[in-house]
Design a protein around this ligand. Structure first.
Ligand code: AMP
Ligand code: ZN
Length: 466
């Protein structure tokens, strides 16, 4: 079956091949590093990991760029409040993002590109747009004139004709039906950091950074551009306008967008405050594999509602997979085997990849694996599974784990999880009830040694981390 993706640009499922037949040139909008990245953001980054691994399983090489947005309003405001330079401030969150990505086993893109390290290239691009009459200046800032790009709206499938009034906007994000000229270069405001350039003292807008970094590393036409659905408009629409106005060539052939991670019907977002970071989740005693599994087990083009029940179910699913792997390794099966069961394994592998090839339908891919495991457990119980069938079963798990990567447990760093603290607090309560005060005191001291402070209140014991 051919590999097919839903392309936002054409609104159709299309067969995918890289332009040169071998290497997939792909660009991903990375995080804005003014805070810890939340697991909603990681849903989009995890989808990209599944995409990478699926392309690699197909034999393609990857040339993948992700940017880090390390200058924008929130960063400037927060760095100022923290009395740090932009670089000092963003370095800690960039590192946290890379650490969290590694914990979630997200393969690192071939290039990580920082906006502030590409200012010269952005200035050159803006000058190129100015030379071809796509820009104008106002109060020291430079704007892109969207009326100069007749195809504006082609990605978000909005017909803006007649609606383009020449109003302009300085902020980077705005509503979909509100087409406005957007800022390429922002004039310096008092007290803000700025770069002295031929465009004047200022800093780049968000949109230009992605166009410039994508084309610098990947060329004028790239194979795949990805991000979350909230980036379709205005960000990606603006990326297309800038890039194509500059080169006259199609900017990206395939646009893939991940649907949101939701919380009680609303998008998980920093601004709504309804978010969890990876650290929040790990502190509650869940493993990075459980959250990885949860984020990727639902197809990326469907919204996913985040709940702790869902996270527990993900952990249980991983246990089932690991138990099967253990059984394969430890059980003594009869000599020989049943060739039909090897065939069954091959069919499961084909069905697994067919799911992925169908626009990364991870739910179908998983169903194929779980159905196989259920059947093999029955065959093992019935004594039908022979020693020679173990190799094909191991192959199913290997094909699965090359994409899902959840079978290996993460080594723990020794910190107590919330669930472990709760269990110790309960053990102390029981010790007190049994009037074993020495034991109760010892538990309290042990907790303190591990950074957990326990207090007795009239409502019972309470604990917090130091
Ligand atoms: P940001 O740092 O806000 O630019 O977001 C980084 C990436 O995460 C972008 O691709 C966003 O589209 C994506 N994103 C933001 N919120 C969510 C969410 N709740 N679910 C899935 N992806 C999201
Ligand atoms: Zn971008």
């Amino acid at each position: 079956m051919p590999l097919r993706f839903y392309n936002t640009l054409t609104q159709a499922l299309e067969e995918f091949q890289p332009l040169d037949g071998k290497t997939v040139r792909m660009y991903t909008c990375g995080p804005t590093v003014y805070h810890y990245v939340h697991i909603g953001n990681f849903r989009t980054f995890s989808f990209q990991d599944v995409l990478r691994r699926t392309l690699a399983a197909r034999g393609f090489r990857l040339d993948h760029v992700m940017n880090i947005t390390d200058v924008e309003e929130n960063i400037i405001r927060n760095a100022k409040a923290a009395r740090q330079t932009l670089r000092e401030y963003t370095a800690q969150y960039t590192q946290a993002f890379l650490d969290d990505s590694a914990q979630l086993r997200l393969q690192r893109p071939e290039h990580i590109a920082f906006a502030t390290e590409h200012i010269d290239e952005m200035v050159t691009a803006i000058q190129g747009l100015a030379a071809s009459q796509h820009t104008y200046e106002s109060d020291g800032s430079t704007y892109f004139r969207i009326g100069s790009f007749p195809q504006y709206g082609k990605l978000s499938h909005t017909n803006f004709s007649g609606n383009i009034a020449g109003a302009r906007v300085e902020v980077d994000e705005y509503e979909k039906d509100d087409a406005r000229d957007f800022v390429l270069w922002k004039a310096q405001k008092p007290g803000e950091p700025a770069w002295e350039t031929p465009l004047g003292a200022g800093r780049p807008g968000w949109h230009i950074e992605c166009s410039v970094m994508a084309m610098k590393y990947l060329g004028e036409t790239i194979d795949i551009h990805t991000g979350g659905v909230d980036l379709v408009f205005p960000h990606h629409e603006n990326e297309i306008a800038q890039s194509e106005a500059l080169t006259g060539k199609p900017f990206a052939r395939f646009w893939l967008h991940a649907e949101h991670l939701m919380v009680e019907g609303q998008k998980m977002s920093k601004s709504l405050g309804n978010f969890f970071t990876l650290r929040d989740i790990l502190d509650r005693g869940y493993s990075p594999e459980a959250i990885r599994y949860l984020l990727i087990s639902a197809p990326y083009h469907k919204q996913l509602n985040f709940t702790f029940e869902g996270l527990k179910a993900a952990a249980t699913s991983i246990e089932r997979l690991r138990n099967f792997q253990l059984r394969l390794a430890n059980e003594r099966f009869a000599e020989g085997g049943n060739p039909q069961l090897d065939q069954r394994a091959e069919d499961a592998i084909i069905a697994f990849h067919a799911g992925l090839d169908d626009d990364l339908n991870t739910a179908d891919a998983l169903a194929a694996v779980f159905e196989y495991i259920r059947d093999m457990n029955s065959e093992m119980d019935a004594g039908e599974f022979g020693a020679s069938n173990a190799a094909s079963a191991a192959r199913v798990l290997a094909e699965f784990d090359a994409i899902f990567d959840v079978l290996r447990p993460t080594a723990r760093d020794g910190a107590l999880t919330d669930a472990e603290v709760d269990a110790l607090v309960e053990a102390r309560t029981q010790a007190k009830k049994a009037r074993d005060f020495a034991k109760a005191d010892q538990i309290r001291k042990d907790l303190l040694d591990q950074g957990v402070v326990l207090e007795d209140t009239k409502d019972g014991p309470r604990w917090k981390r130091k």
